[in-house]
Write a protein that binds this ligand. Structure first.
Ligand SMILES: O=C(NC/C=C/[C@H]1O[C@@H](n2cnc(C(F)(F)F)c2)[C@H](O)[C@@H]1O)c1cc([N+](=O)[O-])cc(O)c1O
Ligand SMILES: [Mg+2]
Length: 214
């Protein structure tokens, strides 16, 4: 039977990228998505904004919601200091299997823990299962109707601290209106918008950076 798009993306990485070289993995995926098949990776333009926010925060503990093929996982993990850890949640087992291979090809498996399952099951278990107190940085890029409930769940589970930075993809396209209204109106967040474009297109999209104030 016909291969899947994530399988073809992984093949492109293994063909064109150098093992252990995260930048070559990022470039191979961007080339594949720009010239062969569009895929819902954050991409190079919004990815540069992600890079700058990660570098500014310099986080020890990172949570990513929505691994997909591991593109943003690699972008974030390559910037982390030694000893820092990224936990990335993925619901779809097929996507998780591809992402594991992409992360290994980038040589970042020691910094990344890919967890399969649903956010509502795993967020309440972060402390006792992973020994996490609070996260320094959270990247939201999973199902758009889960951004708000999962943010409230992270608050309720005490996973956010004064200064934790949330960065959300797709706040314009496909859009997350309920989440945006919440972080922009809540007294518990200081929020700002980074205007950009939907990956590999000319359509507007952007990232919302929200600092939890406790
Ligand atoms: O729908 C989009 N993204 C949805 C992304 C969804 C991904 O997040 C995973 N997930 C679900 N729950 C969890 C967790 F973590 F909760 F367990 C993880 C899903 O299995 C999927 O791999 C999207 C769409 C467009 N677009 O242009 O249509 C552009 C984009 O950048 C997008 O991100
Ligand atoms: Mg996205």
């Amino acid at each position: 039977t016909r291969s899947t798009r994530p399988q073809r993306l992984l093949k492109a990485v293994q063909k064109h990228a150098t093992r252990g070289d995260p930048q070559s993995v990022i470039s191979a995926i961007d080339h594949f998505c720009r010239h062969s098949e569009w895929a819902m990776n954050i991409g190079d333009e919004k990815g540069s904004i992600l890079d700058s926010v990660v570098s500014e925060v310099n986080p020890e503990k990172v949570l990513e919601l929505g691994t997909y093929c591991g593109y943003s996982t690699v972008r974030i993990a390559r910037l982390l200091p030694p000893g820092a850890r990224l936990i990335t949640l993925e619901f779809n087992a097929d996507y998780a299997a591809i992402a594991r291979q992409v992360i290994i090809w980038a040589g970042l498996e020691d910094k990344v823990q890919l967890v399969e399952g649903a956010s509502e099951d795993w967020i309440p278990r972060m402390k006792e299962h992973f020994g996490i107190e609070t996260f320094d940085f959270v990247f939201l890029d999973h199902w758009k109707d889960r951004y708000l409930p999962d943010t409230k769940l992270m608050e309720d589970c005490g996973l956010l601290r004064k200064g934790t930075v949330l960065l959300a993809d797709n706040v314009i396209c496909p859009g997350v209106p309920d989440y945006l209204a919440y972080v922009r109106n809540s007294l518990s967040y200081k929020s700002c918008y980074f205007k950009s474009h939907l990956e590999y297109t000319k359509a507007e999209d952007g990232l919302e950076k929200s600092v939890f104030l406790g």
